[in-house]
Design a protein around this ligand. Structure first.
Ligand code: M6R
Length: 651
C-alpha cells in the first residue's frame, strides 16, 4: 500500500519527508519519489526526483541531484497499475509539468478518463491511473480559465454598452488549485487519498480523500500530510483524520477543511498517544488483527474497476488470454500453497458453477509429480508471488505449453513476471505471517474470474451477472458488519477453548476449504493441533476422535434462495448431530436468522446472508478471529509464529 508524506513550514523539507516515508516502510512499496518547492533561490521552482526500488535508491538520486525547499510531498508506491519503474513512480505531473500529484488508492474509471483527456490533447508518460488525476486537475484549471475569459469578454462588452462611464474590469482570475482539485475528484470513481502541489500557486499543499486513509498533522507554524500516523508522529501528535469526501488546504498560516462542494468543515485535532510501534499497527495490538480488520477494504479494492454494476460485466484487462482459448479450454489447473491453496479449492466451486470449466487444484509442491494432459489453462494463486513451490509449478506448466494466469498480491513479483495474465489482489502488503486479508482478496479475485469466464463461455446470463455483481459489491459492508458483530463472541470463546489439545473444523462443498483455512489459522498461530474435514467424511474415521474435550467448529451456513445450498445445510445439520451425540462441543458458523441450529449446538456465531459462492469471504472472519484470540490467550507470537516465514522461497 502506498505511503504519502507532505510538509509545509520553515524546515528543509527533503530530510523530513524521506524520514517520514521510511517510517511508513512497513506498509511495503516498490518505488519512491518526492516533489519539492519553496527554495530560497527560486521559491516557485517545483522539482521532482523518483527512483524504482527502496528509499535508498531515491536517496542516491537526491545525493547526485539535490533538492532544497520548505514544502513538498513524497510517496512510496505499491504497484497496482503498471510496473514498479521510475516512470510509474509518484509524483506524477500534468502536461505543463507545473502540477504534481501523489496518490494512494485505485482510480476505477481511469481508462475512460484517459481517453477523454487524450482527445483533449493530453499526453501521458506513465502506465498509472494516478497520472490522470494530475491531468484532470489541469483540465479543470483550463476549463475555468476558458470560461472566465469568455465571461470577461461578455462582461466587458456589456459594461461598455450599458454604462456611460469607463469601468476598468480586472482580468478574470481562474479558480484556485483547491477548487480544481474538488472539481477533478468529483469526476473520479474508485478510491483515493491524494496530495497536490502546483508551481503556479506557491506555498500551498492540497489533500483530498475518498477511501484510503489520510491524516493532517498540526504543528507549531508547520503542517503535515500523511497516509498514516507513523509518517508524522515524530513531529506532531495533534492529528486530524481526514474524512471521506473532505479536502484539506495546507498553507503556511494553517489548514482549511472543506467538503467536495467547497463548504467549510470545522475539524479539531485529536491528540495521539500511541507509541511508534502501536502507530504502525494503527493502534491494533498485532498486524494480524489490523489485517483482519482491513478485509472490507481489501475486497473492495480487489473488485473496484473490474465489475460494472450497470451491465453486470466483468473487466479483466490484464488477462491476455484470447476469448477463443477461454471458450475452448478443456480444464483449468490451479496450483498454490497453504492459504492460497485453500482459496484455489474454493475457486474450483466458483469456476465450475459459473463457467462450467472443470478445475483441478494441486498443491504446488506436488504438481511436478503429475503428468498433465495438454489443453488446460494454468492458474497460480499466491500472495507474495515469490513462493518457490508455486514458481516451480508455474515453470513446469510453461514447459508443458500450458498458458499461466496468476492471482497475486505483489505486482512485479517473480510469478507475475512469468505469467501470461495477471489479476492483482489489491489487499495491500500483508505483514502478519498468517495470511488473512490476502485470502479474502483472493476469494474476491477468484469470484470475478469465475464470473468473467462464465460470461466469456456463455454460461451466465446478463440478469444473473447483474445479480452476482450487485451481491459482490455488498460484501465489503457485510464484512464490516461481521467484524463488528463477532469479535467479542470469538474473544469469549477463546477463553473457553484456549486449553484444547485438538480442534476439528468441518464444512461441505465450498465451505470445506474454509474449514481447512480455519484449521490452518489455528494451528499456525496457536500451535494447537487442528484438522479440517469435509463434514460428510467424519463417519468414515474421524468420528472416533470425538469426546467431550473436542471442540468442533462447523460451517453450517445456507443461502435459502439456492436449493443445493439448503440441501447441503440439512446434511451438515445431520453431521452436527453425529458430533453432539458423541459429546463433541460444537461451535456453529450459521447464517443470520437461523435459530434452528441454536437448539442443536453449544455456540452459534451468526454471519450475514449472501449467495453461497460469496459466503466463504464472510465465514472465514470468525475463524480468523477465533484463532487470533486463542493465540493471544496462549501467549503466542501471533505475527511471527515459530518455524514459519512470510515468504517461503525454498522448495
Ligand atoms: O505467498 P503465497 O500465497 O504463495 O504463500 C503460500 C503459503 O506459504 C501461505 O499461504 C501460508 O500458508 C500462510 N502462512 C498461511 O497463513
Amino acid at each position: 500500500m502506498c505511503g504519502i508524506v507532505g510538509y509545509i513550514g520553515p524546515k528543509e523539507v527533503v530530510p523530513l519527508i524521506v524520514e517520514g516515508l521510511r517510517r511508513l516502510e512497513y506498509r511495503g512499496y516498490d518505488s519512491a519519489g518526492i516533489a519539492v518547492a519553496g527554495s530560497a533561490q527560486n521559491p516557485s521552482l517545483l522539482e521532482v526526483r523518483r527512483a524504482p526500488g527502496k528509499l535508498g535508491n531515491l536517496e542516491k538520486v537526491l545525493l547526485e541531484r539535490p533538492l532544497h525547499g520548505t514544502y513538498g510531498i513524497g510517496h512510496t508506491r505499491w504497484a497496482t497499475h503498471g510496473r514498479p519503474t521510475e516512470e510509474n513512480a509518484h509524483p506524477h505531473r500534468d502536461s505543463s509539468g507545473s502540477l504534481v500529484v501523489v496518490h494512494n488508492g485505485i482510480v476505477e474509471n481511469y481508462l475512460l478518463l484517459k481517453q477523454q483527456l487524450m482527445a483533449r490533447g493530453h499526453r501521458f508518460a506513465s502506465e498509472t491511473d494516478t497520472e490522470i488525476i494530475a491531468h484532470l486537475i489541469e483540465d479543470e484549471l483550463e476549463i475555468a480559465r476558458h470560461n472566465a475569459a469568455d465571461t470577461n469578454g461578455t462582461d466587458a462588452t456589456t459594461t461598455a454598452a450599458n454604462t456611460a462611464e469607463a469601468i476598468v474590469v480586472s482580468p478574470p482570475s481562474s479558480i484556485p488549485l483547491e477548487e480544481a482539485v474538488r472539481r477533478a475528484v468529483k469526476r473520479l470513481s474508485g478510491a483515493f487519498a491524494i496530495g497536490v502541489l502546483s508551481a503556479r500557486e506557491p506555498d500551498k499543499l492540497v489533500a483530498a480523500r475518498s477511501g484510503p486513509p489520510a491524516v493532517i498533522g498540526i504543528g507549531e507554524g508547520e503542517y503535515f500530510l500523511a497516509s498514516d500516523v507513523p509518517g508524522i508522529l515524530h513531529h506532531t501528535r495533534d492529528i486530524v483524520f481526514l474524512n471521506d469526501g473532505e479536502v484539506a488546504v495546507l498553507t503556511r498560516s494553517g489548514v482549511l477543511f472543506t467538503d467536495f462542494e467547497g463548504a467549510p468543515h470545522q475539524r479539531t485535532p485529536q491528540r495521539i498517544t500511541w507509541d511508534p510501534i502501536q502507530a504502525e499497527k494503527a493502534g491494533y495490538k498485532h498486524f494480524m488483527l489490523k489485517e483482519i480488520n482491513e478485509q472490507p477494504r481489501a475486497v473492495r479494492d480487489t473488485t473496484l474497476g473490474r465489475v460494472s454494476l450497470d451491465s453486470g460485466r466483468v473487466y479483466l484487462p490484464d488477462l491476455h488470454i484470447s476469448q477463443s482459448f477461454l471458450q475452448q479450454a478443456a480444464t483449468m489447473t490451479i496450483a498454490a500453497c497453504g492459504t492460497s491453496w485453500h482459496a484455489g479449492l474454493a475457486g474450483k466451486f466458483m469456476i465450475e458453477r459459473l463457467a462450467r470449466l472443470p478445475v483441478d487444484v494441486d498443491y504446488a509442491s506436488e504438481y511436478r509429480y503429475r503428468d498433465p494432459i495438454p489443453g488446460a489453462l494454468g492458474l497460480l494463486i499466491t500472495q507474495s508471488g515469490e513462493t518457490a513451490d508455486t514458481i516451480a509449478a508455474q515453470l513446469e506448466m510453461i514447459s508443458k505449453g500450458t498458458p499461466t494466469l496468476a492471482i497475486c498480491n505483489v505486482v512485479g513479483s517473480a510469478i507475475t513476471r512469468k505469467a501470461q495474465g495477471v489479476i492483482t489482489t489489491n489487499a495491500g502488503p500483508e505483514i502478519g505471517v498468517a495470511s488473512t486479508k490476502a485470502f479474502t482478496a483472493q476469494l474476491a479475485a477468484l469470484f470475478t474470474l469465475a464470473l468473467y469466464l462464465g460470461q466469456e463461455r456463455g454460461f451466465v446470463t446478463e440478469t444473473q451477472s447483474r445479480h452476482y455483481v450487485d451481491e459482490l459489491a455488498r460484501i465489503p459492508q457485510k464484512l464490516e458488519d461481521t467484524l463488528r458483530s463477532v469479535d467479542d463472541q470469538c474473544a469469549h470463546l477463546a477463553k473457553e477453548f484456549s486449553t484444547a489439545r485438538d480442534f476439528l473444523f468441518l464444512g461441505r462443498g465450498i465451505h470445506y476449504p474454509i474449514a481447512l483455512e480455519g484449521a490452518l489459522k489455528l494451528k499456525e498461530i496457536s500451535y494447537i493441533h487442528a484438522e479440517g474435514y469435509p463434514a460428510g467424511e467424519m463417519k468414515h474415521g474421524p468420528n472416533a476422535l470425538i469426546d467431550e474435550t473436542l471442540p468442533v467448529a462447523c460451517i453450517a451456513t445456507k443461502d435459502p434462495a439456492d436449493p443445493a445450498s439448503v440441501l447441503k445445510y440439512e446434511k451438515t445439520l445431520s453431521n452436527i448431530q453425529e458430533v453432539t451425540a458423541r459429546s463433541g462441543r460444537v461451535i456453529a458458523i450459521a447464517t443470520e436468522g437461523d435459530t434452528e441450529i441454536q437448539q442443536l449446538v453449544e455456540h452459534t456465531i451468526h454471519i450475514p446472508a449472501a449467495p453461497e459462492l460469496l459466503l466463504p469471504m464472510l465465514e472465514v472472519v470468525p475463524l480468523q478471529l477465533l484463532a487470533y484470540h486463542i493465540a493471544v490467550k496462549r501467549g503466542c507470537d501471533v505475527d511471527q509464529p515459530r518455524n514459519l516465514a512470510k515468504s517461503v522461497t525454498v522448495e
